[in-house]
Design a protein around this ligand. Sequence first.
Ligand code: SF4
Length: 101
Amino acid sequence: MALSKPVYAARIATYQAYMETAVPGISANPALFTAINKDTADLHFELVPFDAALVQRMTDRAVRVLQATEAHELLPRITRDPSYFECRFCDWQDRCWRLAC
Ligand code: SF4
């Protein structure tokens, strides 16, 4: 999962870290990741151990985004192509590509 869907891995690790207060021990146990193959209905189950280093990287990245936003700084886009896959499904596409940089 971490290789094929790194966004999911980051989300799981972040939940485990920041929900520790509400759910004591959540980061001491692996998360159960479940996926379904929509073509075959096969189920995939995977235990995902807590990844503290990943949480730290994601938290640092979030802080960087917030600091840039407060400083009215535009961070580089992930691509130069507005038709890039990720951009086509991004809620901020209109605003992002309207800005000159
Ligand atoms: S459109 Fe969305 S995904 Fe694409 S560069 Fe802008 S913010 Fe990033």
